[in-house]
Ligand binder design. Sequence first.
Ligand code: ATP
Length: 257
Amino acid sequence: MTEPHFFEAHHISSGYGTTQVLWDVDLEVSEGSTVALLGANGAGKSTLLRALMGLIPLWEGQVSFCGERIDRWDSNQRVRASISYMSEIGIFPQLNVEDNLRVGGTGLSSRDLKLALKQTWEEFPMFTQRRHLPAGSLSGGQRKLLGLAKALISRPRLLILDEPSSGLSPLLVREMIEMLALVRERHAVTILLAEQNAKVLDLADRVAILNGGAKGFDGPIDEFRAQTDIAAQFFGLSKSPTGSDQMNLLGPEDQQS
Ligand code: ATP
């Protein structure tokens, strides 16, 4: 008998209005793994993540988490069940930094929220001095980090990230990936992330590809790398060096803290 996966979705179809975007998509995520969902612009990655989070209706299909069907749950119930989601924007620019974190911690008791905020200031010290600033005043890299902190504050077991590297320079992309690797270890969190950036492959155990809203390749990272035609299709087969190790996602000012 096959064990249920930590997170699994089967026969997912969804879309907007009468336009179908996803066609019979299956996706499985094992506990402790990092799965990269790849695909060209408009392939349906964001739509799939929204459907998995209950942010748009499922037309067909089932979603399970830890063996339990969750596809009839609303997105808040999924968050309470320890699935967290970071959209491509990730934050509310008009709210201040602390309020963004409080939104991420909705559902925690006031005691747990206080504790989680304290831990967040320790883990992301660059935000302690900026807690009352509008999130929209932060740099692009800081906004992405705040989005990550906001997604983490509810202490998820599964973190679903929509293009955490979008809009960042190549150097900042490298730093975001390093931060994700750190967070994954510290929080023992399983990660499903949609990306278009080849660098995320450094983080991934498994790759799933969406092509025109339908699933294509799905397999371990080594298999993906070995199938150079698929890798080339998505990333132009770049095996270039990963760039500088210098950490400047937060800017020189942040790094002093
Ligand atoms: P990208 O990386 O460019 O965001 P993606 O793979 O995430 O691409 P989606 O954003 O899921 O792709 O878009 C899939 C299709 O759904 C596209 O044709 C897009 O125009 C359409 N679409 C996305 N969001 C909406 C929406 N809110 N209303 C209507 N159509 C949408």
